[in-house]
Design a protein around this ligand. Structure first.
Ligand SMILES: [Zn+2]
Length: 854
């Protein structure tokens, strides 16, 4: 569709002549409960100035029909003005009023105004999600972040519903079966940040107040909502408790009163991402409402997201990037603040930096080694580029680099810089230079070289210790070798570890220094006894891959689990995983480390990532000839640890899930069936609904779940979640027919909502079914361009990434991927980027397999 993929040049051009004064948006969603109604009425009136009277411009709009266009009282024929993506107008005056009346579509892909009907009670729920550019699916807009304006929403909805938006409602008028909600004008905000949530949601209300420095009191009404049928599982007190701690903390750190009035948090169905920072009306995926037991890692993850979105009220909503090149200006900060805030706000999640080091940074390391990686400040030509940049670089690497910046300039200078940034740019838009300006002022350091090295270049460095000793075993020299395309300044701590009397590996020395260039001598280390383990980047101050000297690696092989400090141990786990991914440690050695030491791992989040990684090691990185044995070892290990875990503990649940993921042999599957039937019991293990589905998935993937059994489980759990899990089980059966049905449901029709697309792909792609799914490699490459052009980008991304033949780790599939890339130089850059990344994963798997074979 011409004009759908707005370019940076077009946005710059539009911003150079326009200033927007206000939007008034009227939506009529009274038809939403009727599944036959495909559209809703949307009327936008935008008032804007133009510095070049007589010029032409366009509004963005993706709507099935435009009914009328009126510019300054002049009616314009929609048939000529609207091309399917843009409403073109010319002859602009200095001051303009433009009204567009359209029929917009209810969404089933999570983009725009998403509509969901609850199978439990038949109730319908709506919410919007726009970032980066889907407000135009709901109303006519200048869809770019730097044309901010106050928005006034009016929403007409069924009378039994409640409606929320960014601002408070000023009036509600009932008329027959409908109610019309008039919302107050917002502060000036970007289009992608506007929001509407509507439906018979269950609501919990609370209140936050705070004395400000000027003697006034800031009052913030709070609410949290979810679907009615989830209400029994909704722990609003916990959610609102974290919310209040966060509001205290960010007010102390940022010294700028929360600018958006009230603070609503809606947990909404079939949400594509974790959450979205709409000012005053944050939306979250409703999987954060836990309907079965989850581990504390899930609670920590949710609290992190709550604080991440809250940080955005300042970083992103109050001060917004000019264009998507500087997306990091909000996401890196919010990602950093999510972890920093969990500690600083004194939540109970005191291991937040362990999670960050071990899991969040794994995302960054992976992304940063793709051939498609990019600097943290990116070059974003258009909206498709923007959509793909919500990635491990913009979030996790950016946050890691900010952590390094705090180590480099000190936290006082860092936060004082943030405070000046808010004061100076409130309700405005910024670029990298605006941030560097305030940080240079507060730190007194020239940050241009630092920014060039860290923000404007791509790739991850490796740091390796080089230790020489004398005849008495004393260090004669400890050097840090840096390897990477860009050698950066790293502020690091070096930890020296030895065994204590109990056999634990504990830190006996810590040296902090700046590492620069390819070799830096740690002068302070000379003369000390050679330790059992040299841990570079102890405390995880910088962003790098850690390597080891031979003796330290030997220490880890013999006793990784004995490292006493939780963060140091998590760093060691992360490092050996990177060695495995890089083909420097055989996959079976990594699996052996997990089998030997995971049972000792106290941190539940780290344990769960060990499970995921060990499974990946066997499925993709191990020699295929060893794969079956590796799988058996994992399942045996899972069963052993499940039986030994403390009854009722998070660890017990994690091992039960891991058993479900790895079960293959008769003994394991027999226990799985017994747990489902109630004939087998593990003391303290509650086989609740979500665990039941995990167990059914194990049986389904092994070809041991019958149609009637699965249908019976769905009948007992006829919920949105149950339907997803059931769909995944059907697709996970090891038959040609099951794979064909799942493939076709996703590829040949647009009927399925986003959540069921995901469930079908997940079931289809069971790695152990690689013989069955091999047939789909060739069709996959044939359909790529069609999918990219016909489906929305969210769905297209899932199909391209999910149906890539990841499990076909062989040279032939690699050659097929290369052939597609060679043959399609003109394909959309964003599509090529996705295929290149999948291709790179495959090449990495082949390298790792070669290492494992050797
Ligand atoms: Zn964010």
């Amino acid at each position: 569709m011409p004009g759908k993929n707005l370019s940076r040049d077009e946005a710059q051009q539009r911003a150079s002549i326009l200033a927007v004064d206000s939007y008034r948006v009227r939506l009529d969603v009274t038809s939403a409960p009727d599944p036959a109604a495909a559209t809703f009425r949307s009327t936008t009136t935008v008032a804007f100035r133009c510095s070049q009277p007589g010029a032409a411009t366009f509004l963005d709009l993706l709507a099935p029909a435009v009914r009328s266009v009126t510019l300054n009282g002049r009616s314009i024929d929609p048939a000529t003005a609207y091309d399917g993506a843009r409403v073109h107008v010319d002859g602009l005056a200095a001051e303009n009023v433009l009204t567009v009346e359209a029929d917009c579509a209810y969404s089933r892909t999570g983009e725009g105004l998403h509509r969901f009907t609850d199978p439990v009670d038949g109730e319908t729920y709506l919410y919007t999600h726009y970032e980066p550019a889907d407000a135009r699916r709901v109303f006519a807009t200048f869809e770019q972040p730097d044309l901010k304006a106050p928005f006034s929403f009016t929403v007409t909805a069924p009378a039994a519903w409640d409606v929320w938006s960014n601002a408070v409602h000023e009036d509600v008028v009932e008329e027959g079966a409908a109610r019309t909600w008039e919302f107050a004008p917002t502060k000036p905000i970007s289009t992608y940040l506007t929001a509407v949530v509507a439906g018979p949601y269950h609501v919990a209300r609370d209140h936050y107040s705070r004395e400000l420095a000027d003697g006034t009191t800031l009052e913030i009404p709070l609410s949290a909502m979810c679907r009615k049928s989830l209400a029994p599982s909704f722990d609003a007190d916990e959610i609102l408790g974290v919310t209040k701690l966060g509001l205290d903390f960010f007010h102390e750190e940022f010294d700028y009163p929360y600018p958006f009035g009230k603070y609503d948090q809606a947990f909404v169905p079939e949400y594509n991402i974790g959450a979205m920072e709409n000012p005053g009306c944050v939306t979250f995926r409703e999987e954060f409402v836990f309907r079965s037991k989850v581990t504390d890692a899930a609670y920590e993850g949710r609290a992190n997201v709550i604080l991440h979105e809250m940080a955005h009220m300042w970083f992103g909503d109050l001060v917004t990037m000019r264009w998507w090149d500087d997306l990091w200006l909000k996401e890196s900060f919010a990602d950093f603040m999510g972890s920093y805030g969990l500690i600083g706000a004194r939540t109970r999640y005191s291991s937040a930096w362990v999670t960050f080091a071990n899991q969040r940074k794994a995302w960054a390391y992976r992304q940063d080694q793709f051939p498609t990686t990019h600097p943290i400040t990116a070059d974003i030509r258009d909206l498709e580029d923007a959509k793909l940049n919500f990635d491990g670089i913009t979030y996790a690497k950016g946050a890691a680099v900010l952590k390094q910046l705090v180590a480099y300039v000190g936290s006082e200078a860092f936060f004082e810089g943030a405070r000046r940034y808010f004061q100076r740019h409130a309700f405005g838009n910024t670029e990298l230079a605006d941030l560097l300006d305030v940080l240079e002022e507060t730190s007194g350091r020239d940050l241009k070289a630092w920014a060039a090295a860290w923000l404007q270049t791509a790739g991850v460095d490796s740091l390796t210790p080089q230790v020489t000793t004398d005849a008495e075993g004393r260090i004669t020299e400890l050097a840090v070798l840096q390897d990477g395309e860009v050698l950066r300044p790293h502020r690091i701590a070096v930890g020296l570890y030895d065994r204590d009397a109990d056999g634990s590996l504990v830190r006996t020395g810590r040296i902090e220094l700046d590492v620069t260039g390819n070799r830096t001598v740690v002068a302070e280390a000379a003369g000390r006894p050679r330790p059992a383990l040299v841990l570079l980047n102890d405390e995880d101050l910088t962003y790098c891959k850690i390597r080891f000297d031979a003796e330290s690696l030997q220490t880890l092989r013999a006793g990784l689990g004995d490292i006493h400090d939780e963060l140091a141990r998590a760093l060691a786990w992360s490092a050996v995983w990177n060695l495995t991914r890089d083909g420097l440690m055989p996959a079976r050695d990594y699996v052996a480390l997990v089998l030997r030491f995971a049972g000792q791992e106290g941190n539940i989040g780290v344990l769960q990532s060990l499970h995921t990684q060990a499974k990946t090691a066997v499925d993709l990185y191990a020699d295929p000839n060893w794969r079956a044995e590796g799988g058996r070892l994992l399942a045996d290990g899972a069963l052993r640890e499940l039986r030994e875990a403390v009854p009722g503990s998070d660890h017990q649940l994690a091992w039960a899930r891991f058993l479900a993921q790895t079960a293959g042999g008769a003994e394991h599957l027999g226990l799985v069936r017994g747990l489902l039937a109630g004939s087998a019991r593990i003391d303290g293990l509650d086989v609740d609904q979500e665990l039941r589905w995990s167990l059914w998935l194990a049986l389904a993937a092994a070809g041991q779940a019958g149609d009637e059994e699965l249908a019976g489980e769905l009948a007992a759990d006829n919920t949105a979640s149950g339907k997803r899990r059931y769909t995944q089980c059907l697709a996970a059966r090891p038959t040609a027919e099951a794979k064909a049905v799942a493939w076709s449901a996703v590829v040949d029709s647009e009927e399925l909502p986003n959540a069921l697309v995901e469930a079908n792909i997940a079931g289809f792609a069971v790695p152990a079914h690689r013989d069955l799914t091999a047939l789909y490699a060739a069709p996959y490459f044939k359909l790529l361009e069609r999918v990219w052009s016909e489906r929305t980008i969210e769905i297209a991304m899932r199909i391209v990434g999910g149906f890539f033949p990841h499990a076909q780790t062989d040279e032939q599939t690699l050659a097929e991927a290369d052939a597609w890339l060679d043959g399609h130089p003109q394909a959309a850059p964003a599509l090529r980027r996705l295929v290149l990344e999948c291709r790179d994963d495959l090449a990495r798997a082949l390298r790792a397999q070669a290492c494992d074979r050797a």
